[in-house]
Design a protein around this ligand. Structure first.
Ligand SMILES: *Cc1c(COP(=O)(O)O)cnc(C)c1O
Length: 424
């Protein structure tokens, strides 16, 4: 069972909402740091390890600074993400650049920052050479195709647009070597939010076997294997988290079997987890402002799917609790909804919850759990919705605002209004 907790009691949360009106995200620094340390400790069984936090999961430089302080680098998929990681003090090979359909300007920036470029396709070797030059250290992304089953969020590898085929990889490394590359990495990312331990261990086996095949056929000795992201978290209370030691124990057994006694030793292990790093340690807090009873009972929040899109996008489950009513009996059945003019703007459908009081000021505070990754970051402005801000609950109990809410000025900022009055 995954325990669903929140770091502040109702009184403290109400006080916080006086300073920072709802909705907002709250992240727990202590919990993020403790988890990062557990992770580092578990992966220390490998001769060399580096986690590159997937910036897209929580693109805030304060969070990135915390993670940098814990020894993590960053995995960036775009130029702005590279800039965010740079802002947080992550430099050179601490940065992994895993993009696809990558524009030349982004390759140039990645090269300028000394990031490890992870190529998505064999044709990008020449593209990179022409726009930024081939670096000494380069990585390639593998798509195992029919060799690996995908899962619902990311789809089947065979149908996924990412990566090189096996044959292309062998050819690609040889091409890169001929063009001056001297150090090489191999990467894959074949699933998303996958809670099966065996799945991740099998992915590692596939990559270790491939690394050995690459050595046999090309003489290229890979320096690292990046196992990607995709490790799931227990969004539902009845699910179990994958324990870090269980994961690393499983991967280490395969490593010992295939790599430890091979010429590839000491092959480094890299990961680029996002979700399991911050996901469980962030919450979206909103106030229940409206209630309507038609064919169902609806509770309307002051947050909407512009703030957290996963339920609408994937039908994803997010656990919901009501501040101060954690132990109250779930005697009502509600759809918990936002204000977007889309009927899928529902944080929960037919959810059993304690009776919720509504009102602009006096309404209950509703806590949406496991929103610390792919939460605020996925937000958008459709329907003129302004995204909420982000707060950091510090280790000393203080709260720091790390992003203000959007304003109408932000929303209008990209419009060029200078010619509007004369326009007809
Ligand atoms: C999204 C992504 C990740 C992070 O995935 P999580 O599910 O958040 O761990 C890592 N690597 C790449 C290439 C990604 O696209």
């Amino acid at each position: 069972m995954a325990e669903k907790t929140f770091p502040l009691d109702k009184d403290k949360l109400e006080k916080l909402a006086e300073t920072y009106p709802t909705p907002f995200y709250l992240y727990d620094e202590k919990a993020i740091r403790e988890n990062a340390r557990r992770m580092q400790k578990a992966f220390s069984c490998f001769p060399a390890y580096k986690e590159h936090f997937a910036v897209k999961a929580l693109p805030n430089p304060y969070i990135l600074k915390i993670l940098a302080d814990e020894g993590f680098g960053a995995d960036c998929s775009s130029l702005p993400e590279l800039l965010l990681a740079d802002m947080a003090g992550m430099k050179g090979e601490e940065l992994m650049f895993t993009a696809n359909e990558t524009p030349a300007a982004e390759y140039r920036k990645a090269r300028e920052l000394g990031a490890v470029i992870n190529l998505d396709d064999i044709s990008h070797i020449e593209f990179l050479e022409n726009c930024a030059g081939v670096p000494e250290l380069v990585s390639c992304r593998y798509n195992p195709g029919p060799l690996k089953e995908g899962n619902a969020i990311i789809g089947k590898p065979e149908e996924a647009k990412y990566g090189f085929t096996r044959e292309q990889l062998l050819e690609g490394y040889a091409m890169l070597k001929a063009k001056g590359a001297k150090r090489f990495g191999l990467h894959t990312m074949v699933a998303s939010n996958e809670l099966s331990l065996a799945y991740h261990v099998e992915t590692a086996r596939l990559l270790f076997e491939l690394a050995l095949e690459i050595f046999d056929k090309t003489g290229i000795r890979l320096e690292f294997i990046n196992l990607g992201g995709g490790l799931g978290i227990p969004y539902r209370p009845e699910q179990e988290a994958v324990r870090w030691e269980a994961l690393t124990g499983g991967i280490k057994r395969v490593y010992d079997e295939l790599i430890a006694g091979s010429p590839l030793y000491p092959l480094a292990i890299h990961t680029e987890y996002g979700r399991p790093v911050t996901g469980p340690y962030g919450w979206l807090v909103a106030r229940a402002i409206h209630r309507k009873n038609i064919y169902r009972s609806y509770i309307g929040l002051d947050a909407c799917m512009a703030d957290l899109m996963r339920p609408a996008l994937y039908g994803a489950y997010h656990h919901i609790t009501v501040a101060g009513k954690e132990n109250a009996p779930p005697e009502e059945t509600y759809d918990i909804v936002g204000s977007l003019c889309e009927n899928n703007d529902k944080f929960a459908v037919q959810r059993k919850l304690p009776k919720i009081v509504t009102g602009e000021k006096s309404g209950d505070l509703v806590i949406i759990h496991d929103a610390g990754a792919h939460g605020r970051a996925m937000g958008f402005n459709y329907n003129g919705k302004l995204r909420c801000g982000e707060l950091l609950f510090r280790e000393d109990g203080s709260v720091l605002r790390i992003r203000r809410p959007e304003t109408t000025d932000d929303y209008f900022a990209t419009l060029d209004l200078r010619g509007l009055d004369e326009f007809s």
